[in-house]
Write a protein that binds this ligand. Structure first.
Ligand code: HEC
Length: 114
């Protein structure tokens, strides 16, 4: 509950700062069919090596997507994964913010271990 509240506050702050649109993000995610690998609700990956995305922090998602875009050309920042790099090349920076905003609002079942 506390987590959900803090997340909501964080997201609304980020949303205002960057004017990211979860609605646009949803359309982009559906068009690109991200669910074909990340599963229903982006929360049920088809293989264990494919990460769950739903409910992840928007900032994290954005930087991950940017890193796949940059790829191995920047060893300090890029993520060198052939599958995901090809998924994100066509998106603008604003698109990535929108996608991250949308995915972060999906109900996920990440577990916090104590
Ligand atoms: C063909 C299968 C496939 C498709 C389609 C796909 N992904 Fe992925 N995605 C992967 C795999 C595999 C990884 C793990 C890559 C790695 O090891 O870095 C991944 C990783 C990610 C990550 C990083 C997650 C983390 O916790 O670091 C994000 C974010 C992501 N995908 C978003 C998307 C979005 C948004 C789309 C649609 C535009 C998409 N993916 C489409 C297979 C796919």
């Amino acid at each position: 509950m506390k987590f959900a509240l803090i997340t909501a506050i964080l997201l609304s702050t980020i949303g205002v700062a960057q004017a990211a649109s979860a609605e646009k993000g949803q359309a982009l995610v559906e068009k690109a069919n991200c669910a074909s690998c990340h599963g229903a609700g982006l929360n049920a990956p088809i293989l264990p090596a494919y990460p769950k995305l739903a409910g992840q922090y928007s900032d994290y998602l954005y930087y991950a997507l940017r890193a796949y875009q940059v790829g191995g050309s920047n060893a300090q920042f890029g993520r060198n994964n052939a599958v995901m790099s090809s998924q994100v090349q066509a998106f603008s920076d604003a698109d990535l913010h929108d996608i991250a905003a949308y995915i972060s609002k999906l109900p996920g079942n990440f577990v916090v271990k104590k």
